[in-house]
Design a protein around this ligand. Structure first.
Ligand SMILES: Cc1ncc(COP(=O)(O)O)c(C=O)c1O
Length: 427
């Protein structure tokens, strides 16, 4: 299913004209489809159904509380990586017991706050952190459930900045040393260390690395069992790919076809932490052309959206397909690949107003001719878009709009100059 479609030469989101949304809410604006969030959630859930999986939506990928509510209504649990994300999930109506608190550097204060709130599971990443969790549990006399994040030393074949399961990465505990930690905490009266957590990168577009990591984890679980340690659950992380258009990504059913047989008869509770596979293609960034400019070698389309709204191109050289909302030639794109060429067209760089040469949304793109005032849609911007936005250059963060059964509604207002100044004026 595709929430964003061209009908009679104009882009719409679930039947609502994107140009009207721009007129009503201004630009730059994120536009999300509630239907797409629900469908992407269900596609993963159904694909892994044989494992009766618990899907813990990765809040970090798109954290707007209205979107968390939408997913909570679908039955989603939540993966949080800070006490702020824990609180967001609670504000969206989640039960604390349905929240998994992960992250390599949870502070003792965050751990204490999360224990007090009754958070369901802690994914611990170091021996020192486990000691803190155990002592908070002891002090508060509360039973705390934890999993240990294992670093399986598997190459996820993704960008080096988003690879998390190799030895040299800061995440998790190397398999060899993990056994001693399970032994150490085996008889803790209040800490129940009974799970294995894995997450090797994002996005991981092929199934091979998952098979490798799960196989290694299962070997560890067998070994632990022979040493008297019981493991009742495995969290196989996130990183499942989304279709951006520049390279193929496995589908939910392809991931499941490779992973489910490995886990099916192991009697383990299985969790996943998908983020972008649910959120990326549920949203676009809507931006307006401000100026056109021609240098000796380049043609620039200067828009009102920038790296402060979508930093992925600058940070990871990430690819986002871009196309006019009302193409001048009426032509809807036939696919989302960078190779899509338009006969006779000159490639353009679509850039923002920020004072950095890395402030671009797309380079060397063949799009139908555009003019000042035209709207462009930056695709697959639902994940790691608004959540990574900043106020650099004293820019207000963009508005967010959710298209649901009752049409488009504002779910985060555009920031104002007063918002920018608030923390400085209040001192
Ligand atoms: C521990 C953990 N789980 C899940 C995710 C979600 O990844 P994705 O959005 O690619 O599914 C991340 C992302 O960085 C992560 O660090």
């Amino acid at each position: 299913m595709d929430a964003f479609k061209y009908t009679k030469g104009v882009l719409s989101c679930d039947g609502h004209d994107i140009a009207d949304i721009a007129d009503q809410f201004g630009t730059p604006t994120y536009v999300y489809s509630a239907r797409a969030f629900r469908e992407h959630y269900r596609a993963l859930h159904d694909a892994f159904a044989a494992l009766k999986p618990r899907l813990c939506y990765s809040i970090k990928s798109c954290h707007n509380v209205h979107i968390l509510q939408t997913l909570h209504e679908c039955g989603s649990s939540f993966d949080a990586v800070s006490i702020g994300e824990v609180r967001r999930a609670l504000e969206a109506g989640a039960n604390a017991s349905d929240i998994v608190f992960a992250g390599v550097g949870k502070t003792p204060a965050e751990i204490k706050a999360a224990v007090d709130l009754g958070v369901g599971t802690f994914n611990a990443e170091s021996a020192m952190e486990l000691d803190v969790i155990a002592s908070v549990a002891n002090e508060t006399r509360k039973k705390v459930r934890a999993a240990l994040r294992i670093n399986p030393d598997v190459d996820a074949k993704t960008h080096r900045h988003t690879t998390t399961g190799k030895d040299e990465n800061k995440f998790g505990i190397e398999i060899g040393s993990s056994r001693a930690l399970f032994q150490k905490h085996k008889d803790d009266p209040f800490l129940s260390l009974v799970g294995i957590h894995l997450h090797i990168g994002s996005p991981v577009n092929t199934v091979g690395p998952y098979v490798e990591m799960v196989t290694k984890a299962l070997e560890l679980i067998s070994q632990l069992e022979s040493e008297g340690v019981t493991i009742d659950s495995i969290n196989i992380g996130g990183g499942y790919g989304a279709e951006y258009g520049h390279q193929p990504s496995a589908t939910a059913s392809e991931y499941a076809a490779a992973i489910v047989p490995l886990l099916q008869d192991r009697g383990l509770k299985v969790s996943l932490e998908p983020g972008r596979s649910i959120s990326a293609n549920a949203g676009i960034l809507l931006t307006r052309v401000v100026y056109l400019k021609q240098s000796r070698t380049k043609q620039f389309v200067i828009v009102d959206g920038s790296m402060t709204d979508l930093i992925r191109p600058a940070l990871y050289d990430a690819y986002h397909f871009i196309w006019p909302v009302k193409p001048s030639d009426g032509a809807a794109p036939t696919n989302r690949t960078p190779e899509s060429r338009i006969a006779g067209a000159t490639p353009v760089d679509i850039v923002g107003p920020v004072c950095e040469s890395s402030d671009y949304l797309g380079c060397n793109r063949f799009i139908p001719p555009v003019q000042t005032g035209d709207l462009l849609a930056v695709y697959s911007a639902g994940a790691y878009g608004a959540v990574m936005s900043s106020q650099y250059n004293s820019r207000n963060r963009a508005a967010e709009v959710l298209v649901d059964d009752n049409g488009p509604r504002l779910i985060r207002r555009r920031e104002t100059f007063d918002d920018l100044m608030a923390c400085e004026r209040e001192v």
